[in-house]
Design a protein around this ligand. Structure first.
Ligand code: CAA
Length: 439
Protein backbone atom coordinates (compact mmCIF):
# COMPACT_ATOMS: atom_id res chain seq x y z
CA UNK A 1 0.00 0.00 0.00
CA UNK A 2 1.21 3.51 -0.77
CA UNK A 3 2.61 5.20 2.32
CA UNK A 4 1.31 8.68 2.93
CA UNK A 5 3.42 10.86 5.21
CA UNK A 6 1.83 13.45 7.49
CA UNK A 7 3.27 16.13 5.22
CA UNK A 8 1.62 14.59 2.15
CA UNK A 9 -1.58 14.15 4.04
CA UNK A 10 -1.64 17.82 4.98
CA UNK A 11 -1.07 18.80 1.39
CA UNK A 12 -3.88 16.55 0.15
CA UNK A 13 -6.32 17.88 2.69
CA UNK A 14 -5.64 21.45 1.66
CA UNK A 15 -3.56 22.32 4.75
CA UNK A 16 -0.33 24.29 4.91
CA UNK A 17 3.24 23.17 5.49
CA UNK A 18 3.15 24.86 8.88
CA UNK A 19 3.70 22.22 11.62
CA UNK A 20 0.46 22.46 13.53
CA UNK A 21 -0.25 19.06 15.03
CA UNK A 22 1.44 15.69 14.92
CA UNK A 23 -1.52 13.77 13.68
CA UNK A 24 -4.92 14.69 12.34
CA UNK A 25 -6.30 11.70 14.13
CA UNK A 26 -4.97 12.31 17.68
CA UNK A 27 -7.10 15.09 19.03
CA UNK A 28 -6.05 16.85 21.11
CA UNK A 29 -2.44 15.72 20.63
CA UNK A 30 -0.38 14.75 23.63
CA UNK A 31 2.10 17.31 24.96
CA UNK A 32 5.17 15.41 23.79
CA UNK A 33 3.92 15.41 20.20
CA UNK A 34 3.56 19.14 19.84
CA UNK A 35 5.86 22.11 20.13
CA UNK A 36 4.80 24.53 22.89
CA UNK A 37 4.36 27.50 20.54
CA UNK A 38 2.12 25.42 18.26
CA UNK A 39 0.10 24.26 21.21
CA UNK A 40 -0.38 27.83 22.42
CA UNK A 41 -1.50 28.91 18.97
CA UNK A 42 -3.93 26.10 18.31
CA UNK A 43 -5.26 25.34 21.75
CA UNK A 44 -4.68 28.46 23.82
CA UNK A 45 -2.86 28.51 27.15
CA UNK A 46 -5.55 26.41 28.85
CA UNK A 47 -5.35 23.61 26.30
CA UNK A 48 -8.93 24.33 25.24
CA UNK A 49 -9.31 24.38 21.43
CA UNK A 50 -9.02 27.87 19.98
CA UNK A 51 -11.65 29.08 17.52
CA UNK A 52 -12.38 26.75 14.63
CA UNK A 53 -10.61 28.93 12.06
CA UNK A 54 -7.28 28.24 13.76
CA UNK A 55 -7.39 24.56 12.86
CA UNK A 56 -9.62 24.21 9.83
CA UNK A 57 -10.50 26.00 6.67
CA UNK A 58 -14.08 24.86 7.11
CA UNK A 59 -16.42 23.84 4.30
CA UNK A 60 -18.29 26.14 2.03
CA UNK A 61 -21.99 25.28 2.01
CA UNK A 62 -23.00 28.55 0.35
CA UNK A 63 -24.48 28.81 -3.12
CA UNK A 64 -22.64 31.08 -5.54
CA UNK A 65 -24.20 34.41 -6.47
CA UNK A 66 -25.33 32.96 -9.80
CA UNK A 67 -26.88 29.91 -8.14
CA UNK A 68 -28.71 32.16 -5.66
CA UNK A 69 -30.04 34.30 -8.51
CA UNK A 70 -31.35 31.26 -10.36
CA UNK A 71 -32.93 29.97 -7.14
CA UNK A 72 -34.64 33.32 -6.52
CA UNK A 73 -35.87 33.54 -10.10
CA UNK A 74 -37.35 30.01 -9.89
CA UNK A 75 -38.89 30.79 -6.47
CA UNK A 76 -40.55 33.96 -7.77
CA UNK A 77 -41.83 32.13 -10.83
CA UNK A 78 -43.19 29.27 -8.71
CA UNK A 79 -44.82 31.69 -6.29
CA UNK A 80 -46.47 33.87 -8.93
CA UNK A 81 -47.15 31.56 -11.88
CA UNK A 82 -47.34 28.00 -10.57
CA UNK A 83 -48.66 27.88 -6.99
CA UNK A 84 -51.92 29.70 -7.76
CA UNK A 85 -52.71 27.01 -10.35
CA UNK A 86 -51.46 23.88 -8.57
CA UNK A 87 -54.79 22.76 -7.09
CA UNK A 88 -56.60 23.33 -10.38
CA UNK A 89 -53.95 21.38 -12.30
CA UNK A 90 -54.32 18.49 -9.87
CA UNK A 91 -58.09 18.53 -10.24
CA UNK A 92 -58.25 18.86 -14.03
CA UNK A 93 -55.18 16.71 -14.77
CA UNK A 94 -54.34 18.98 -17.70
CA UNK A 95 -50.85 19.48 -19.13
CA UNK A 96 -49.70 22.96 -17.98
CA UNK A 97 -48.54 24.04 -21.46
CA UNK A 98 -48.64 27.78 -20.70
CA UNK A 99 -46.38 27.33 -17.65
CA UNK A 100 -43.88 25.16 -19.52
CA UNK A 101 -43.72 27.72 -22.32
CA UNK A 102 -42.80 30.49 -19.86
CA UNK A 103 -40.27 28.20 -18.17
CA UNK A 104 -38.64 27.75 -21.57
CA UNK A 105 -38.29 31.50 -21.89
CA UNK A 106 -36.59 31.57 -18.47
CA UNK A 107 -34.15 28.80 -19.57
CA UNK A 108 -35.59 26.44 -16.95
CA UNK A 109 -36.15 23.61 -19.44
CA UNK A 110 -32.44 23.16 -20.20
CA UNK A 111 -30.69 24.90 -17.33
CA UNK A 112 -27.41 22.99 -17.53
CA UNK A 113 -27.20 22.99 -21.32
CA UNK A 114 -24.67 25.47 -22.77
CA UNK A 115 -26.32 28.60 -24.13
CA UNK A 116 -24.86 27.80 -27.55
CA UNK A 117 -27.36 24.90 -27.62
CA UNK A 118 -30.31 26.93 -26.38
CA UNK A 119 -29.92 26.23 -22.65
CA UNK A 120 -29.25 28.26 -19.54
CA UNK A 121 -25.50 27.60 -19.42
CA UNK A 122 -25.66 26.98 -15.65
CA UNK A 123 -24.53 23.99 -13.57
CA UNK A 124 -26.24 20.98 -11.98
CA UNK A 125 -26.40 22.66 -8.57
CA UNK A 126 -28.36 25.52 -10.16
CA UNK A 127 -30.64 22.95 -11.78
CA UNK A 128 -31.28 21.26 -8.45
CA UNK A 129 -32.05 24.44 -6.51
CA UNK A 130 -34.36 25.65 -9.29
CA UNK A 131 -36.13 22.28 -9.49
CA UNK A 132 -36.77 22.30 -5.74
CA UNK A 133 -38.48 25.68 -6.13
CA UNK A 134 -40.57 24.63 -9.13
CA UNK A 135 -41.64 21.41 -7.37
CA UNK A 136 -42.50 23.46 -4.28
CA UNK A 137 -44.89 25.26 -6.62
CA UNK A 138 -46.30 22.10 -8.19
CA UNK A 139 -44.87 18.57 -8.25
CA UNK A 140 -46.33 17.86 -11.70
CA UNK A 141 -44.56 20.85 -13.23
CA UNK A 142 -41.44 19.70 -11.38
CA UNK A 143 -41.33 16.29 -13.02
CA UNK A 144 -42.06 17.68 -16.49
CA UNK A 145 -39.05 19.95 -16.02
CA UNK A 146 -36.93 17.19 -14.50
CA UNK A 147 -37.48 14.73 -17.34
CA UNK A 148 -36.78 17.32 -20.03
CA UNK A 149 -33.58 18.50 -18.31
CA UNK A 150 -32.16 15.26 -16.91
CA UNK A 151 -33.41 12.49 -19.12
CA UNK A 152 -33.59 14.20 -22.49
CA UNK A 153 -31.30 17.25 -22.72
CA UNK A 154 -28.54 15.69 -20.64
CA UNK A 155 -27.97 12.56 -22.78
CA UNK A 156 -28.24 14.66 -25.96
CA UNK A 157 -25.63 17.04 -24.57
CA UNK A 158 -23.35 14.18 -23.48
CA UNK A 159 -23.70 11.68 -26.33
CA UNK A 160 -25.19 13.63 -29.24
CA UNK A 161 -23.30 14.53 -32.41
CA UNK A 162 -23.05 18.17 -33.41
CA UNK A 163 -25.87 17.69 -35.94
CA UNK A 164 -28.08 15.97 -33.36
CA UNK A 165 -27.48 18.76 -30.88
CA UNK A 166 -28.42 21.42 -33.43
CA UNK A 167 -31.49 19.56 -34.61
CA UNK A 168 -32.86 18.16 -31.33
CA UNK A 169 -31.11 19.69 -28.32
CA UNK A 170 -31.59 23.36 -29.25
CA UNK A 171 -35.43 23.26 -29.40
CA UNK A 172 -35.64 21.02 -26.31
CA UNK A 173 -33.27 23.06 -24.15
CA UNK A 174 -34.96 26.31 -25.10
CA UNK A 175 -38.36 24.89 -24.16
CA UNK A 176 -39.80 25.13 -27.67
CA UNK A 177 -40.16 21.37 -27.66
CA UNK A 178 -40.65 18.81 -24.92
CA UNK A 179 -38.96 15.45 -24.49
CA UNK A 180 -39.61 12.07 -22.92
CA UNK A 181 -37.44 9.08 -22.00
CA UNK A 182 -38.54 5.71 -23.35
CA UNK A 183 -36.89 3.03 -21.25
CA UNK A 184 -39.60 1.33 -19.19
CA UNK A 185 -41.63 -1.49 -20.72
CA UNK A 186 -44.35 -3.72 -19.28
CA UNK A 187 -41.69 -6.36 -18.53
CA UNK A 188 -38.70 -4.05 -18.13
CA UNK A 189 -39.31 -1.94 -15.03
CA UNK A 190 -36.63 -2.37 -12.35
CA UNK A 191 -35.02 -4.93 -14.67
CA UNK A 192 -34.30 -2.30 -17.30
CA UNK A 193 -32.03 -4.57 -19.34
CA UNK A 194 -34.98 -6.84 -20.29
CA UNK A 195 -35.89 -4.71 -23.30
CA UNK A 196 -38.36 -6.27 -25.72
CA UNK A 197 -38.57 -3.31 -28.09
CA UNK A 198 -36.39 -4.02 -31.11
CA UNK A 199 -34.56 -1.83 -33.60
CA UNK A 200 -33.28 -3.35 -36.82
CA UNK A 201 -31.09 -1.50 -39.28
CA UNK A 202 -32.58 -1.66 -42.78
CA UNK A 203 -30.61 0.37 -45.30
CA UNK A 204 -30.51 3.93 -44.03
CA UNK A 205 -33.29 3.47 -41.50
CA UNK A 206 -33.90 1.83 -38.13
CA UNK A 207 -37.12 -0.16 -37.99
CA UNK A 208 -38.50 -0.02 -34.45
CA UNK A 209 -41.23 -2.20 -32.95
CA UNK A 210 -42.36 -2.47 -29.36
CA UNK A 211 -44.18 -0.90 -26.48
CA UNK A 212 -43.12 1.44 -23.68
CA UNK A 213 -45.19 2.26 -20.62
CA UNK A 214 -45.30 4.71 -17.70
CA UNK A 215 -43.52 7.31 -19.84
CA UNK A 216 -43.59 10.77 -18.25
CA UNK A 217 -44.48 13.47 -20.84
CA UNK A 218 -45.18 10.60 -23.28
CA UNK A 219 -48.56 12.01 -24.37
CA UNK A 220 -47.28 15.53 -25.02
CA UNK A 221 -43.64 15.04 -26.05
CA UNK A 222 -42.12 16.03 -29.40
CA UNK A 223 -38.96 13.95 -29.03
CA UNK A 224 -38.26 10.65 -27.33
CA UNK A 225 -34.91 9.24 -26.21
CA UNK A 226 -35.76 5.61 -26.78
CA UNK A 227 -33.94 2.40 -25.79
CA UNK A 228 -34.34 -0.67 -27.97
CA UNK A 229 -32.66 -4.03 -28.39
CA UNK A 230 -30.41 -4.15 -31.46
CA UNK A 231 -28.77 -7.51 -30.62
CA UNK A 232 -30.64 -9.73 -28.16
CA UNK A 233 -27.78 -12.23 -27.92
CA UNK A 234 -25.63 -9.59 -26.19
CA UNK A 235 -28.05 -8.87 -23.32
CA UNK A 236 -27.62 -5.37 -21.90
CA UNK A 237 -24.69 -4.82 -24.30
CA UNK A 238 -27.15 -5.30 -27.18
CA UNK A 239 -29.29 -2.28 -26.24
CA UNK A 240 -28.94 0.94 -28.24
CA UNK A 241 -30.32 4.45 -27.74
CA UNK A 242 -32.25 6.41 -30.37
CA UNK A 243 -33.70 9.87 -30.89
CA UNK A 244 -37.25 9.49 -32.14
CA UNK A 245 -39.39 12.32 -33.45
CA UNK A 246 -42.78 11.58 -31.89
CA UNK A 247 -44.60 12.60 -35.11
CA UNK A 248 -42.95 9.76 -37.03
CA UNK A 249 -45.35 7.36 -38.73
CA UNK A 250 -45.67 4.22 -36.63
CA UNK A 251 -45.20 6.08 -33.34
CA UNK A 252 -48.38 6.52 -31.32
CA UNK A 253 -49.57 7.19 -27.80
CA UNK A 254 -51.63 4.49 -26.10
CA UNK A 255 -53.18 4.62 -22.64
CA UNK A 256 -52.67 7.78 -20.60
CA UNK A 257 -52.67 6.58 -17.00
CA UNK A 258 -54.91 7.76 -14.16
CA UNK A 259 -52.68 8.22 -11.13
CA UNK A 260 -52.62 8.82 -7.38
CA UNK A 261 -50.60 12.02 -7.67
CA UNK A 262 -48.63 14.28 -10.04
CA UNK A 263 -51.86 14.33 -11.99
CA UNK A 264 -50.99 17.20 -14.32
CA UNK A 265 -47.98 15.29 -15.60
CA UNK A 266 -48.89 12.88 -18.38
CA UNK A 267 -47.87 9.25 -17.93
CA UNK A 268 -48.39 7.40 -21.17
CA UNK A 269 -47.94 4.22 -23.10
CA UNK A 270 -45.94 4.56 -26.32
CA UNK A 271 -46.58 2.18 -29.20
CA UNK A 272 -44.03 1.64 -31.96
CA UNK A 273 -45.35 -0.25 -34.96
CA UNK A 274 -42.98 -0.42 -37.91
CA UNK A 275 -41.69 2.99 -36.91
CA UNK A 276 -38.84 4.02 -39.23
CA UNK A 277 -36.30 6.61 -38.14
CA UNK A 278 -33.17 7.82 -39.97
CA UNK A 279 -29.97 5.85 -39.40
CA UNK A 280 -28.29 8.99 -38.03
CA UNK A 281 -30.78 9.13 -35.13
CA UNK A 282 -28.78 6.52 -33.24
CA UNK A 283 -27.56 8.21 -30.02
CA UNK A 284 -24.01 7.20 -29.13
CA UNK A 285 -22.72 3.86 -30.40
CA UNK A 286 -24.59 0.68 -31.24
CA UNK A 287 -24.76 -1.33 -27.99
CA UNK A 288 -24.16 1.71 -25.76
CA UNK A 289 -27.84 2.24 -24.91
CA UNK A 290 -27.91 0.57 -21.49
CA UNK A 291 -24.90 2.56 -20.31
CA UNK A 292 -26.43 5.77 -21.67
CA UNK A 293 -29.66 4.95 -19.84
CA UNK A 294 -27.91 4.17 -16.54
CA UNK A 295 -25.65 7.19 -16.75
CA UNK A 296 -28.62 9.39 -17.62
CA UNK A 297 -30.63 8.00 -14.71
CA UNK A 298 -27.87 8.93 -12.27
CA UNK A 299 -28.53 12.56 -13.17
CA UNK A 300 -32.29 11.94 -13.24
CA UNK A 301 -32.20 10.62 -9.68
CA UNK A 302 -30.62 13.83 -8.43
CA UNK A 303 -33.51 15.65 -10.12
CA UNK A 304 -36.13 13.45 -8.45
CA UNK A 305 -34.42 14.06 -5.10
CA UNK A 306 -34.83 17.79 -5.76
CA UNK A 307 -38.48 17.26 -6.68
CA UNK A 308 -39.00 15.40 -3.39
CA UNK A 309 -37.37 18.31 -1.53
CA UNK A 310 -39.78 20.78 -3.10
CA UNK A 311 -42.84 18.69 -2.24
CA UNK A 312 -41.63 18.09 1.32
CA UNK A 313 -40.83 21.75 1.89
CA UNK A 314 -44.28 22.81 0.70
CA UNK A 315 -45.89 20.34 3.12
CA UNK A 316 -43.65 21.37 5.99
CA UNK A 317 -44.36 25.06 5.52
CA UNK A 318 -48.10 24.43 5.36
CA UNK A 319 -47.97 22.35 8.54
CA UNK A 320 -45.96 24.95 10.47
CA UNK A 321 -48.31 27.73 9.44
CA UNK A 322 -51.36 25.67 10.32
CA UNK A 323 -49.93 24.70 13.73
CA UNK A 324 -49.54 28.37 14.64
CA UNK A 325 -53.16 29.24 13.89
CA UNK A 326 -55.02 26.10 14.90
CA UNK A 327 -56.20 26.44 18.50
CA UNK A 328 -57.08 23.41 20.61
CA UNK A 329 -57.28 23.14 24.41
CA UNK A 330 -57.00 26.92 24.56
CA UNK A 331 -53.72 27.39 22.70
CA UNK A 332 -52.12 27.14 19.28
CA UNK A 333 -51.20 23.50 18.69
CA UNK A 334 -47.60 24.62 17.89
CA UNK A 335 -47.23 25.10 21.66
CA UNK A 336 -47.61 21.36 22.25
CA UNK A 337 -44.40 19.37 22.38
CA UNK A 338 -45.96 16.56 20.33
CA UNK A 339 -46.28 18.99 17.42
CA UNK A 340 -42.89 20.60 18.03
CA UNK A 341 -41.15 17.23 17.81
CA UNK A 342 -42.80 16.54 14.50
CA UNK A 343 -41.70 19.95 13.22
CA UNK A 344 -38.15 19.31 14.43
CA UNK A 345 -38.00 15.92 12.70
CA UNK A 346 -39.44 17.34 9.47
CA UNK A 347 -36.92 20.19 9.37
CA UNK A 348 -33.96 17.91 10.17
CA UNK A 349 -34.87 15.37 7.52
CA UNK A 350 -35.43 18.07 4.94
CA UNK A 351 -32.04 19.59 5.63
CA UNK A 352 -30.28 16.21 5.48
CA UNK A 353 -32.01 15.40 2.20
CA UNK A 354 -30.99 18.76 0.74
CA UNK A 355 -27.35 18.28 1.70
CA UNK A 356 -27.26 14.82 0.08
CA UNK A 357 -28.88 16.20 -3.05
CA UNK A 358 -26.55 19.18 -3.38
CA UNK A 359 -23.53 16.96 -2.80
CA UNK A 360 -24.55 14.59 -5.60
CA UNK A 361 -25.15 17.58 -7.90
CA UNK A 362 -21.79 19.12 -6.99
CA UNK A 363 -19.99 15.83 -7.74
CA UNK A 364 -21.67 15.73 -11.16
CA UNK A 365 -20.46 19.28 -11.80
CA UNK A 366 -16.94 18.21 -10.84
CA UNK A 367 -17.14 15.30 -13.33
CA UNK A 368 -16.59 12.85 -10.48
CA UNK A 369 -18.39 9.54 -9.90
CA UNK A 370 -21.74 10.21 -8.29
CA UNK A 371 -23.81 7.08 -8.97
CA UNK A 372 -23.87 6.08 -5.28
CA UNK A 373 -24.43 9.66 -4.07
CA UNK A 374 -27.29 10.16 -6.56
CA UNK A 375 -28.95 6.96 -5.33
CA UNK A 376 -28.47 8.02 -1.69
CA UNK A 377 -29.95 11.44 -2.41
CA UNK A 378 -32.99 10.00 -4.17
CA UNK A 379 -33.52 7.26 -1.60
CA UNK A 380 -33.30 9.58 1.39
CA UNK A 381 -35.09 12.58 -0.10
CA UNK A 382 -38.01 10.52 -1.43
CA UNK A 383 -38.51 8.59 1.81
CA UNK A 384 -38.08 11.80 3.82
CA UNK A 385 -40.73 13.44 1.62
CA UNK A 386 -43.04 10.53 2.40
CA UNK A 387 -42.51 10.92 6.16
CA UNK A 388 -42.70 14.73 6.05
CA UNK A 389 -45.94 14.84 4.05
CA UNK A 390 -47.36 12.14 6.36
CA UNK A 391 -46.56 14.29 9.41
CA UNK A 392 -47.94 17.38 7.68
CA UNK A 393 -51.30 15.64 7.39
CA UNK A 394 -51.07 14.48 11.00
CA UNK A 395 -50.53 18.05 12.18
CA UNK A 396 -53.57 19.16 10.17
CA UNK A 397 -55.68 16.37 11.68
CA UNK A 398 -58.98 15.87 9.84
CA UNK A 399 -58.35 18.96 7.73
CA UNK A 400 -55.25 17.32 6.29
CA UNK A 401 -57.36 14.55 4.84
CA UNK A 402 -59.63 16.76 2.76
CA UNK A 403 -58.82 18.28 -0.60
CA UNK A 404 -59.31 21.84 0.57
CA UNK A 405 -55.87 21.72 2.21
CA UNK A 406 -52.79 21.36 0.02
CA UNK A 407 -51.09 18.77 2.24
CA UNK A 408 -53.50 16.13 0.94
CA UNK A 409 -52.05 16.74 -2.57
CA UNK A 410 -48.48 16.91 -1.32
CA UNK A 411 -48.86 13.49 0.34
CA UNK A 412 -50.14 11.95 -2.91
CA UNK A 413 -47.48 13.70 -5.01
CA UNK A 414 -44.61 12.60 -2.76
CA UNK A 415 -45.37 8.91 -3.14
CA UNK A 416 -44.12 8.59 -6.72
CA UNK A 417 -40.65 9.86 -5.85
CA UNK A 418 -40.03 6.51 -4.12
CA UNK A 419 -40.91 4.68 -7.33
CA UNK A 420 -39.91 6.35 -10.59
CA UNK A 421 -36.36 6.64 -11.92
CA UNK A 422 -35.54 3.62 -9.76
CA UNK A 423 -37.50 2.37 -6.75
CA UNK A 424 -36.13 2.71 -3.22
CA UNK A 425 -35.24 -0.99 -3.41
CA UNK A 426 -33.14 -0.39 -6.57
CA UNK A 427 -31.53 2.64 -4.90
CA UNK A 428 -30.47 0.43 -1.97
CA UNK A 429 -29.13 -2.13 -4.42
CA UNK A 430 -27.10 0.51 -6.28
CA UNK A 431 -25.73 1.93 -3.01
CA UNK A 432 -24.81 -1.51 -1.63
CA UNK A 433 -23.19 -2.61 -4.91
CA UNK A 434 -21.05 0.53 -4.97
CA UNK A 435 -20.00 0.10 -1.34
CA UNK A 436 -19.19 -3.60 -1.72
CA UNK A 437 -17.11 -2.85 -4.83
CA UNK A 438 -15.25 -0.16 -2.85
CA UNK A 439 -16.51 2.69 -5.07
N1 CAA B 1 -23.54 4.26 -15.17
C1 CAA B 1 -22.85 3.64 -16.17
N2 CAA B 1 -22.83 2.29 -16.31
C2 CAA B 1 -23.53 1.56 -15.43
C3 CAA B 1 -24.28 2.14 -14.38
C4 CAA B 1 -24.24 3.55 -14.26
N3 CAA B 1 -24.93 4.17 -13.30
N4 CAA B 1 -24.88 1.16 -13.68
C5 CAA B 1 -24.55 0.01 -14.24
N5 CAA B 1 -23.72 0.24 -15.30
C6 CAA B 1 -23.07 -0.74 -16.16
C7 CAA B 1 -22.30 -1.77 -15.33
O1 CAA B 1 -20.99 -1.30 -15.05
C8 CAA B 1 -22.29 -2.96 -16.22
O2 CAA B 1 -21.25 -2.82 -17.16
P1 CAA B 1 -20.58 -4.10 -17.93
O3 CAA B 1 -21.37 -4.28 -19.15
O4 CAA B 1 -19.21 -3.64 -18.22
O5 CAA B 1 -20.65 -5.27 -17.01
C9 CAA B 1 -23.62 -2.86 -16.93
O6 CAA B 1 -24.06 -1.50 -16.82
C10 CAA B 1 -24.69 -3.74 -16.35
O7 CAA B 1 -24.77 -3.45 -14.97
P2 CAA B 1 -25.54 -4.40 -13.97
O8 CAA B 1 -25.06 -5.81 -14.14
O9 CAA B 1 -25.46 -3.81 -12.61
O10 CAA B 1 -27.03 -4.31 -14.58
P3 CAA B 1 -28.38 -4.95 -14.11
O11 CAA B 1 -29.08 -5.47 -15.29
O12 CAA B 1 -28.15 -5.87 -12.95
O13 CAA B 1 -29.23 -3.67 -13.62
C11 CAA B 1 -29.95 -1.94 -12.17
C12 CAA B 1 -28.79 -2.74 -12.74
C13 CAA B 1 -29.30 -0.95 -11.20
C14 CAA B 1 -30.95 -2.78 -11.41
C15 CAA B 1 -30.64 -1.17 -13.32
O14 CAA B 1 -31.33 -2.05 -14.17
C16 CAA B 1 -31.58 -0.09 -12.85
O15 CAA B 1 -31.15 1.02 -12.54
N6 CAA B 1 -32.90 -0.41 -12.80
C17 CAA B 1 -33.90 0.60 -12.51
C18 CAA B 1 -34.40 1.17 -13.79
C19 CAA B 1 -34.97 2.53 -13.61
O16 CAA B 1 -34.47 3.36 -12.84
N7 CAA B 1 -36.02 2.81 -14.34
C20 CAA B 1 -36.61 4.11 -14.33
C21 CAA B 1 -37.33 4.31 -15.61
S1 CAA B 1 -37.21 5.92 -16.22
C22 CAA B 1 -38.36 6.83 -15.41
O17 CAA B 1 -38.93 6.47 -14.43
C23 CAA B 1 -38.48 8.18 -15.99
C24 CAA B 1 -39.75 8.82 -15.87
O18 CAA B 1 -40.59 8.72 -16.72
C25 CAA B 1 -39.94 9.76 -14.75
Amino acid sequence: MEEISQKDCRGRMGGTEEPRMESFFDFPPSDDKIAPFVKAKAFGPSGVPAPHRERSRGMNFDLSEEQKMIQQMARDFAQNEIRPKAAELDRTERHPAEIIEKMGELSLMGIAVPDTYGGGGADTVSYVVALEEISWGCASVGVIMSVNNSLVCDPLKTYGTEDQKKKFLVPLASGKKLGCFGLTEPEAGSDAASQKTTAILQGDEWLINGKKNFITNGNVADTCILMAMTDKSKGHRGISAFIVDCRTKGFSVGVVEKKLGIKASGTAELILEDCRIPRENLLGEVGQGFYIAMNTLDGGRVGIAAQALGIARAAQEAAIEYSKTRVQFGQAISKFQAIQWMIADMATELEAARLLTLRAAALKDLNQRYEKEAAMAKLFASEAAHRITHKAIQIHGGYGYIQEYAVERHFRDARITEIYEGTSEIMRLVIANNILKGK
